[in-house]
Write a protein that binds this ligand. Sequence first.
Ligand SMILES: O=C(O)CCC(=O)C(=O)O
Length: 406
Amino acid sequence: MLSVWAEAMAVLPPKLEDINLDFNKMVNESLVFLIRQTAELLYEGQNIAKCMQLSQNIIDFSWEKLNIGTWRDVDKEWKRVFSYGCLFKAVCLCKGGSAVREAIKTCDKGLLMGAAIMDNVLIRLVKVLQNHNNSKKRALEDVGSHQNSSQKRLQAAVPLIKEIRPGTEVPRVHCPSLEHFRAQYLIPQKPVILQGIVDHWPAVRDCKWSVEYINEIAGCRTVPVELGSCYTDDEWSQTLMTVAEFIDKYILHQEEGNPIGYLAQHQLFEQIPELKQDIQIPDYCCLGDMDEDEITINAWFGPMGTISPLHQDPQHNFLTQVVGQKYIRLYSPEQTPKLYPHPTQLLHNTSQVDVENPDLLTFPEFEMDDFQECILSPGEVLFIPVNHWHYIRSLNISFSVSFWWS
Ligand SMILES: O=C(O)CCC(=O)C(=O)O
């Protein structure tokens, strides 16, 4: 059997000359020299300690560049440099064979903060490293033994909404034709729950996406996690942790007083393609004018009690429930003035009203009765038309996938 180092090196091109180490003039010559030197050391395989040190220098230098100004203004070239640093460091970490987890973490940092390099080499490397990571099996056994009791404890914390008010329920329709959906719901911009359209997804079929499965596929991967009951709270923050840590600390053993953790991420399916194989873009998206690769696919994985405050998005949404249930409240765009959007530019798409417990003294115009609501269950897909306000609370451990399209 090949060593993990040999397997990691096999992910790289056989010859150093085959790596494209050209950068635009943004990246100065001495840094390009450093990157080349690091790559040479890696291919020689003799002085890995020095190679590791230089990789870290590349990471540190580009990290500073990534943190200047706003994220969308960061030059892509610095993201490429960061990815090279992470790639070299991750391979170095494989040398002794004992730091594979650390190597996976390093790849994930490159995937999250860097840009794709060398035909997605970081994704290919992580796949190789994951095969060597057998400690996931132990974590899996842990998950199995704790799930039932912790699910009960979580359910005690927040009351379930069991009843939907008569007359407010979002209608349900089973596998409508494209034309029916277009005429009845898309054109008039009416929310609807589509049933039977994702039953064939591997994620839904046989309830494949259990907590155990997610842990098995993604346990050792580092992902961003939101901490706090909702993103408008002062204490809300984001942090990086492995999926296994997230499951252990926030899904299965949520301690009283600890913040709620939510894995709410639009990059998850790019970062972990194994999960993407279990889902499919709904056919109805072809009614829009986007190519498939322009559709944003978001993952929402969390315990009972995650709340997405009332907000609106600039695209249509197919919010698909894979695991657990969510209580959802919808308001039409016409009601915007009565929903008190935050005055700041950053939060202008978010209402200041706590929908399930509104402060009517501060927000007297808030219409209490004029909404639609539903409990979305596994296999159901809620069509949220563009700009429709939506409030979402998970009623138990939940995994949803949303597709933003226009
Ligand atoms: O499920 C959630 O918590 C939020 C989903 C959402 O807001 C969206 O898909 O736009």
